[in-house]
Design a protein around this ligand. Structure first.
Ligand SMILES: Nc1ncnc2c1ncn2[C@@H]1O[C@H](COP(=O)(O)OP(=O)(O)O)[C@@H](O)[C@H]1O
Ligand SMILES: [Mg+2]
Length: 364
């Protein structure tokens, strides 16, 4: 069976070294091309995209760092192994932060070279397969840009609409209806953009305080009654709160965001109305923590979807982002060392349980 040879571009101005590397790699059945300077390297990478680049950082024309950047711009899937002279480890580590996959110091042992190439190609394959993982860095740059480009016109539309509203004869039903639709759509887009931003916003490390969970819940319930006004009217809310719940050491805004996302999902799952319970309690068995249970009797989740709920972009809603629960998990698990679970049965309802550690760091 014929397999396609993997292309490796070797970038180094030392002809002797390059010749040696070529021999080693061709013996291993790689398709090798050579560039003796940065400019040629970029041209070659552009005209025939390689799977892997061996890149010497000391080049006669362009700094190796710049070549790395340009190569990654051509195709971020290209695996780059940086080659440094003796003592260049510090720089190499910096290069790995900028996207290089590995580094080798001269003089290079054959075995080490080959194993490094093998590893790099494997990592590359894994990253290409795992597209979800791949996409985030680009999104982090894209969402704020999107937010800016979308929000400003939205503000202008809202403002202009307010003027139209004031000056129009709202007894005209069709006109009143149309204005209402524009308002709702503007609000929807605003929320959509906000959810995208919440997903990529860098965490705010500073503000961790003693947070009263009861207070957060009451703020959130108030917020949701405005956000989902018509649903709220049809939903019976039951509070079962333990009276002396200890405070948690947390970031207030982030916890509020989490609860809001969860309650919003619950309300959205009961378009015809239903019952929504928030139950809190303190546990002090193996680890001290508090539990907050959000229980709805809405549409529930299909069995086959249960393990996808926290995946970014997973949504069953016509106009969902699928980012709400991904944000929740990041905030609860990564930022607060807590846990979040979902149990659900289709057509019966859903329980979302959040556990937050208490006691430590508060000192009281
Ligand atoms: N309380 C709930 N009841 C039923 N389904 C839910 C509930 N909470 C979350 N889900 C499911 O999880 C999916 C992902 O939720 P989320 O990450 O908040 O994104 P979105 O709300 O934008 O769809 C939802 O589309 C829905 O299918
Ligand atoms: Mg949601």
């Amino acid at each position: 069976m014929e397999t396609v040879k993997k292309k490796i571009l070797v970038v180094d101005d030392n002809q002797e070294f390059v010749g040696l590397i070529r021999k080693i790699l061709e013996r291993k059945d790689f398709n090798v091309s050579i560039a003796l300077d940065g400019k040629t390297a970029i041209e070659k990478a552009l005209s025939d995209v390689p799977e892997l680049v061996l890149l010497d950082l000391k080049l006669p024309d362009i700094p190796g760092e710049e070549v790395l950047k340009r190569i990654k711009e051509i195709d971020k899937d290209i695996a780059v192994i940086v080659i440094t002279g003796y003592g260049g480890e510090q720089v190499a580590v910096e290069m790995m932060r900028k996207g290089a996959i590995d580094f080798l110091s001269k003089p290079i042992e054959h075995e080490l070279l080959l194993s490094s190439i093998k590893n790099a190609l494997e990592i590359r394959e894994a990253q290409i397969e795992d597209k979800g993982f791949e996409r985030y860095p680009t999104l982090e740059r894209f969402f704020p840009f999107l937010a800016h480009e979308v929000r400003n016109p939205l503000h202008a539309i809202s403002g202009a609409l307010a003027i139209i509203q004031r000056r129009s004869d709202l007894k005209d039903d069709l006109l009143a209806q149309s204005i209402k639709i524009i308002n709702e759509e503007v609000q929807h887009l605003n929320e959509f953009v906000q959810e995208c931003l919440n997903f990529v916003r860098p965490p705010n490390i500073v503000r961790f305080n003693g947070v009263e969970i009861r207070e957060v819940i009451s703020v959130v319930m108030n917020l949701i009654s405005h956000m989902l006004e018509s649903e709220s009217k049809k939903i019976k809310v039951i509070m079962e709160m333990e009276p002396h719940l200890p405070k948690v050491y947390a970031n207030y805004e982030e916890i509020k965001q989490v609860f809001l996302n969860i309650v919003k999902n619950a309300f959205e799952s009961m378009p015809e109305g239903g019952e929504f319970t928030i139950k809190t309690c303190a546990k002090s068995d193996s680890s001290k923590h508090i539990e907050i249970n959000f229980i709805d009797n809405g549409i529930g989740v299909k069995k086959e979807n249960l393990d996808k709920l926290f995946n970014p972009f997973f949504t069953t809603k016509l106009r969902g982002t699928g980012l709400g629960l991904a944000v929740c998990r990041r905030i609860i698990v990564e930022r607060h060392h807590g846990k979040i679970y979902i149990e659900s049965e289709e057509k019966k309802g859903t329980v979302v349980r959040v556990e937050l550690p208490t006691g430590h760091r508060l000192g009281d």
